[in-house]
Design a protein. Structure first.
Length: 215
């Protein structure tokens, strides 16, 4: 079920199933796509009815988990939790698709949320989308975590494309193996300036954002 409510943990808990038994998240093809739409153009985002919004995310102090070692009284969380399915971002400023590449954050250790809902069209530039494997590819400088409909699929010890992939490396997230026109995907991208321990003297932005279709 999509995650629609955030409840801050108060004590540690085991995962619902052993992490090593979690299913492998789908991996995007390495072959060339048959059709690509650039989401960093007004025309490309309009194909999917996408309205981009964004806001800065903050690190906040909160109580440590109740069963932590006694010397740890506090820990940290992120606010807002905009990964949630159905999160209300209506008050956030709109970001033009052509402005996704602008520098954001205050530099050093900083975080920023980007959100948009993508609706699959029946056709795009003559391409029939019905049944196509559909991949969201984003490259955020420096790192990104990608949530789709309130979920970030991940598996311990195996590739998980929605999680941090590496320094300035793309996240290639399979939205659906066989997509249907009219399907909606609520996208939340958590952008991270890094390396975190190095507190870099730069900012964060999109280098790339596109939808790829495969047959």
């Amino acid at each position: 079920m999509p995650n629609t409510t955030y409840i801050r943990p108060t004590k540690s808990r085991m995962p619902a199933s052993p992490p090593l038994l979690a299913p492998q998240p789908p991996i995007a093809p390495l072959t060339p796509p048959v059709h690509v739409v650039d989401l960093m153009t007004d025309e490309g985002s309009a194909v999917f009815g996408a309205v981009w919004r964004g806001t800065e995310a903050k690190i906040v102090e909160c109580p440590a988990l109740a069963d932590s070692m006694p010397e740890f009284k506090t820990t940290y969380d992120i606010e807002p939790h905009a990964e949630l399915y159905g999160f209300d971002d209506a008050a956030w400023p709109e970001i033009a698709a052509t402005d996704l590449g602008a520098k954001r954050g205050g530099g050093m250790v900083s975080f920023f949320w980007f959100r948009a809902t993508l609706t699959i069209p029946a056709h795009t530039a003559g391409f029939d989308t019905q049944g196509a494997k559909t991949v969201l590819t984003v490259n955020v400088d420096d790192y990104a975590e990608v949530w789709v409909n309130g979920e970030m699929p991940r598996a311990a010890g195996r590739p998980s494309p929605a999680t941090i992939q590496g320094f300035n490396m793309p996240n290639r997230v399979v939205l659906r193996d066989t997509v249907a026109p009219g399907e909606r995907f609520e996208i939340a991208i958590f952008a991270i300036n890094g390396p975190i321990s190095a507190a870099p003297a730069n900012f964060l932005w999109f280098r790339e954002a596109k939808i790829e279709f495969y047959r």
